[in-house]
Design a protein around this ligand. Structure first.
Ligand SMILES: Cc1cc2nc3c(=O)[nH]c(=O)nc-3n(C[C@H](O)[C@H](O)[C@H](O)COP(=O)(O)OP(=O)(O)OC[C@H]3O[C@@H](n4cnc5c(N)ncnc54)[C@H](O)[C@@H]3O)c2cc1C
Length: 495
């Protein structure tokens, strides 16, 4: 007996899934596969929170498959190296063809996919890969990219023809594939986890309550660390792990287009869905940015190398810098897996500009914290905020001002820095200004209950401005900047 294998990766859903449709339409007995890969479990971008989300998403898929009421309708979860799993499977049940989405991933998954491709070629197995959202593999220029994005997003969603599916008998599969045995850590009840829950049903429920009311104030709350948690869509982990497709999200958004009072929200959200693919396209076209600044002239950027670097890095990583909004953001993302865009940008700016530490020292730490870690967004965004593209405006966020503007009542800081809970609001953004008497009065000794600031803010900010703007003038930065613009930006329309 031979079969068609659908290999699920970051596309953990059963709708708008062309590989699944094609495998069913091939008429071959169907096997659905997810591989828990040591390659990724050991990778420093990932954390157990990601695998919980994956496990919940798989459980959700298996619930939906159970509703088909076919004894063999099941997503198999196997532990091991993908190539070895496929080889073993091929020996036992013979694979006709393999179906999957293209993965816009890290260097290790790209190398794994190349090895799978070479093996498929050697075994005469057809590996059919499908485009991920609006991201085009091997794209040479951005000409017409926006039009193609719109075309993909507006195209008809093909229903999965379940009634045509011929399932590979489970008895055959079960003998040969060792099902993944989850450790107790994987099996923690969803209610005990402080992160968003995985699965398509959770994705659609999140979207539904966004449009039912949460999203009304989206454009006004997007930059507020506390309010954004409610008013932003919170769809990023679902998009990153594919529990909903970008096309499903976009078409759902278009269906709300004429709802009175929502236009600002819809316009702002639609452009962000576009950015999602735009950033992933950058990474797809220049994946070396996982290891080096996209603008090569920044390879020699004069980051600090003094003896305090690792101490300062540790303070940043653990939320102990003495700057309340920075610390609150870091503690919050560690605990919940989520932070809005502006606060993510501020954390990177603090690390790279105010502390003067190389972006590569912090990029994995934040990837591990973001439940929505998406390599194709994370790397280009991190580099942009670190100011190493040579093409974007450099933004040095002042954490005191950000706190005063975006957490004016101090709710967010007090929640995540309980040491500061008794301080009056005007002192929250700058607790180091407290007199000795105030420190006693508000039960917070600077230097023991809460850290003293690890840098002198005005001095560090001036130094950062001088270095960054000075470096930006280098001919090498400008030269590579031009190359970057022509590679990653849509050419201007000529009259
Ligand atoms: C340093 C840094 C690292 C980041 N890493 C990631 C990451 O790993 N994964 C990730 O999904 N986003 C990342 N972002 C982008 C952005 O912060 C998140 O997408 C957003 O905060 C997710 O919240 P939301 O779903 O409520 O977004 P909403 O504001 O509701 O937006 C809807 C969707 O649009 C997309 N989107 C929104 N803002 C951006 C943006 N600035 N760039 C690209 N896409 C965007 C996301 O898919 C998001 O889910 C990063 C930003 C920075 C500054």
């Amino acid at each position: 007996m031979s079969c068609a294998v659908v290999w699920f990766k970051r596309d953990l859903r059963l709708t708008d899934h062309l590989p699944l449709v094609a495998a069913i339409e091939s008429g071959a007995p169907l096997l659905l596969l997810y591989v828990v890969e040591p390659l990724l479990q050991q990778d420093r971008h990932y954390h157990q929170r990601h695998w919980h989300f994956v496990a919940q998403s798989i459980a959700d898929m298996n619930d939906q498959l159970a509703a088909l009421k076919h004894p063999d309708a099941h997503l198999w979860v196997v532990h091991g190296d993908v190539l070895e799993v496929l080889q073993q499977l091929h020996q036992q049940v013979s694979i006709d063809a393999l179906y999957a989405h293209q993965e816009i991933g890290l260097a290790n998954t790209y190398a794994r996919d190349r090895a799978v491709q070479a093996w498929c070629d050697s075994q005469d197995i057809h590996w059919q890969q499908y485009q991920t959202a609006g991201v085009i593999r091997g794209l040479a220029t951005r000409q017409h990219w926006d039009e193609r994005w719109k075309q993909v997003m507006r195209s008809r969603i093909v229903a999965v023809p379940w009634h045509q599916a011929h399932w590979l008998p489970s008895t055959q599969v079960g003998q040969h594939l060792a099902a993944f045995q989850p450790t107790p850590q994987w099996l923690l009840p969803t209610t005990e986890l402080p992160y968003q829950h995985g699965g398509s049903r959770a994705a659609w429920a999140t979207l539904a309550d966004f449009f039912a009311g949460r999203g009304k104030n989206y454009p006004y709350h997007i930059s507020k660390p506390e309010l954004s948690r409610y008013s932003c869509s919170r769809m990023s982990p679902h998009l990153a792990w594919g529990t909903i497709s970008m096309r499903e999200f976009y078409q759902h958004l278009l269906r709300q287009w004429h709802t009175p009072g929502w236009r600002r929200t819809l316009v702002a959200l639609a452009s962000r869905l576009h950015w999602h693919c735009h950033f992933m396209q950058k990474f797809e076209s220049e994946c070396a940015m996982e290891f080096r600044p996209v603008n090569r002239a920044y390879l020699d950027f004069p980051y600090r190398s003094d003896s305090q670097v690792s101490e300062h890095l540790h303070a940043w990583e653990t939320g102990q810098t003495g700057f309340p909004l920075v610390d609150a953001c870091m503690r919050c993302v560690i605990a919940t897996g989520y932070l809005n865009f502006r606060m993510r940008a501020m954390l990177v700016s603090f690390l790279c500009h105010l502390l003067g530490i190389d972006w590569r020292a912090g990029v994995h730490h934040l990837a591990r914290q973001f439940l929505d870690f998406e390599p194709g967004i994370h790397y280009p965004q991190f580099q942009m905020q670190a100011g190493v593209t040579g093409t974007n405006t450099i933004r040095i966020y002042n954490p005191t001002k950000q706190a005063q503007e975006h957490d004016a009542d101090g709710v967010f800081i007090k929640r995540w820095c309980p040491e500061l809970a008794e301080l009056p609001t005007p002192l929250l953004a700058e607790p180091w200004r407290m007199t000795a008497m105030e420190q006693t009065l508000y039960n917070c000794k600077i230097g023991s209950d809460y850290p003293a600031p690890i840098i002198d803010l005005p001095v560090a900010a001036k130094q950062a401005r001088d270095i960054l703007w000075g470096y930006r003038q280098q001919p090498g930065v400008k030269r590579d900047g031009k190359r970057i613009v022509s590679r990653h930006v849509r050419p201007k329309k000529t009259a």
